[in-house]
Write a protein that binds this ligand. Structure first.
Ligand code: FAD
Ligand code: FES
Length: 253
């Protein structure tokens, strides 16, 4: 059940340029599944800000979020400190339905702020005996985070837009180059990236997670609707039906 909680920040640190990792204490941590997000209230903003779950520690009853400063809300979030409390609604949204899939080899494709939920997913897949290949895109070298953590889970390839690290270009360039064998792909990142990845991998089985702008976060305001491919007059809500969708289920704007 979705619940509002006041959660203590157990740790808060900068892990890359403009990018922060926060660990929060909650008895609900173990219920958070890969792909789900939490909705965080900030003092000077009427609307909460959605941030994906990047990992959990069931024993310690903590979960991790990673975020990048985009505007005033995430800037405010970056200024919190260990020991402070955050007003959080959780667990929110759908998750990658990996328990229902037969997977031997998963290809993980993430870009920028879409990388955090994929770390939790890749870790869970690896724990379930699935081979993972990670392809991650960042704007530049100083924005890269969790590279070693992803390497510990499987082969990891990085692209940067400016060529300051790894392959110069996009995740799609790496997919072209590697052409890896996989059963399912899982992708999260900016919509233009998801569009490019989905069309490049058309015909393959996979799931995408959308990090579009939200209003209420609980399915009442219609700020987050996406049309369905099957019938564009129908739509789904990212906050409630998503953020995880089957690849090719929705029309990406
Ligand atoms: C389901 C979901 C999961 C998310 N997970 C993460 C995460 O794990 N880490 C993370 O860093 N961010 C994540 N985001 C994006 C994050 O919610 C936005 O960056 C944040 O809401 C921006 O708030 P702000 O007040 O800082 O910026 P605002 O002042 O609201 O906006 C500043 C700029 O950011 C743009 N922006 C606002 N919201 C979004 C958005 N949702 N996506 C892309 N650009 C946006 C605006 O167009 C504007 O240019 C997620 C979004 C969703 C919907
Ligand atoms: S954000 Fe309000 S319906 Fe999705």
């Amino acid at each position: 059940m979705i619940t509002k909680q006041l959660l203590e920040i157990k740790s808060h640190m900068q892990i890359a340029e403009d990018t922060f990792e926060i660990v929060l204490q909650s008895p609900l941590a173990k219920e958070l599944k890969p792909g789900q997000f939490v909705h965080i209230a900030l003092t000077n903003h009427m609307l909460r800000r959605p941030v994906s779950v990047a990992g959990i520690d069931a024993q310690a009853e903590t979960f991790t979020i990673i975020f990048k400063i985009f505007g005033e809300g995430t800037r405010e979030l970056s200024k919190f400190q260990t020991g402070d409390s955050l007003d959080v609604i959780l667990p929110c949204g759908s998750y990658y339905p990996i328990d229902q899939l037969e997977i031997d080899h998963a290809m993980i494709v993430g870009g920028g702020i879409g990388v955090p939920p994929l770390y939790y997913l890749a870790k869970t897949l690896k724990e379930n005996g699935v081979k993972v290949t990670n392809i991650l895109g960042f704007q530049s070298k100083n924005q890269i985070f969790y590279e070693e953590k992803f390497q510990a889970l499987g082969d990891t390839y990085i692209a940067t837009n400016d060529g300051s690290y790894g392959t110069k270009g996009f995740v799609t360039d790496i997919i072209n180059e590697l052409n890896p064998a996989f059963d399912y792909f899982f992708s999260c990142g900016p919509t233009p990236m998801l569009k490019a990845v989905s069309s490049q991998l058309e015909g393959h089985k996979g799931y995408i997670s959308l990090e579009e702008r939200m209003g209420c976060g609980v399915g009442t305001c219609y700020a987050c609707v996406v049309p369905l491919k099957e019938d564009p007059s129908k739509s789904k809500k990212i906050c409630k039906d998503g953020p995880v969708f089957s690849a090719n289920e929705v029309i990406l704007a």
